[in-house]
Write a protein that binds this ligand. Structure first.
Ligand SMILES: Nc1ncnc2c1ncn2[C@@H]1O[C@H](COP(=O)(O)OP(=O)(O)OP(=O)(O)O)[C@@H](O)[C@H]1O
Length: 249
């Protein structure tokens, strides 16, 4: 397979009269580790779902190694914002992660192979849940649950991993662990990560993008962070001081 390259060309997505993405242009290259930040409703999840082929853009196109997603054979792992797994299901960690090995069309009498089980053991080891494989998922902490969902996305050895706010529901300690895990994974897999925890990832990612329907700022994580969050606050402070009549700020 050619080196991974996903190109979004003038991609627009509307939901009725809501414009979620407006003529978005973005290239994801092999080995990238891109952080996506931006305001609520800025189109981050929509962009990710468009890349995954779950949403069809109203206009523009997305190419995968110069062709369509299907023809490119790119394997994409996805960690959705809201998990599709009910934490109260009577099911073990291993069984959830095995689902990542399931073929799209499950045949009658489908059985996981020994190779599937080996692959699951490998990813559980990577995410630090090896010892927890037989536990019921209802017993897991929020952080462990998220690591399990990441493990599920890794079982089919994806070329690219797309994570939509994987730390939204977990405590600060688990957030750190998960971001460290993602950083480690980024040594071998192309990663696109949506998060609101900008400070935690700005040292990890190779590139940061501030998205608000379109790319507002893109590039060096520190500079994008300053541009998106520090500068507007300074401007706001300056404006309010100016309005109060204080000079020389
Ligand atoms: N299925 C849908 N139907 C209608 N409107 C939608 C749908 N999905 C998203 N939207 C709208 O599209 C816009 C972009 O939403 P999206 O979820 O992509 O933003 P986001 O940047 O991921 O937001 P957040 O940071 O809050 O998760 C929002 O105004 C949202 O309300």
């Amino acid at each position: 397979m050619k080196p991974l390259k996903i190109v979004l060309n003038d991609v627009s997505v509307n939901y009725g009269n809501i414009h979620a993405l407006k003529k978005l242009n973005l290239t994801i290259n092999d080995g990238d580790y891109i952080g996506i930040i931006g305001p609520n409703g800025g189109g981050k999840s929509t962009m990710m779902k468009s890349i995954l082929g779950l949403i069809k853009p109203n206009s523009g196109e997305i190419s995968y190694c110069g062709t369509t997603l299907r023809k490119s054979h790119i394997k994409m792992g996805y960690v959705p914002q809201i998990s599709d797994i009910n934490p109260m299901f009577p099911i073990t960690v291993e069984e959830v992660v095995l689902m990542g090995r399931m073929e799209k069309a499950v045949k009658a009498f489908f059985k996981y192979s020994e190779e599937d089980k080996r692959a699951v053991a490998e990813v559980l080891d990577i995410v630090g849940l090896k010892e927890q494989k037989d536990r019921q998922i209802s017993e897991l902490s929020g952080g462990e649950f998220q690591k399990m969902i990441i493990a599920r996305a890794l079982t089919m050895k994806p070329d690219i991993l797309l994570l939509d706010e994987p730390t939204a529901m977990v405590d600060v300690m688990s957030q750190r662990q998960i971001f460290n895990l993602i950083k480690k994974l980024s040594e071998d897999i192309t990663i696109v990560l949506i998060t609101h925890h900008v400070q935690m990832i700005s040292k990890n990612v190779k590139k940061l993008i501030y998205l608000d329907k379109n790319i507002i700022a893109e590039g060096d994580p520190n500079e994008v962070y300053q541009y998106a969050y520090i500068r507007p606050v300074h401007k706001q402070i300056k404006r309010s001081i100016h309005q109060r009549g204080v000079k020389n700020v």
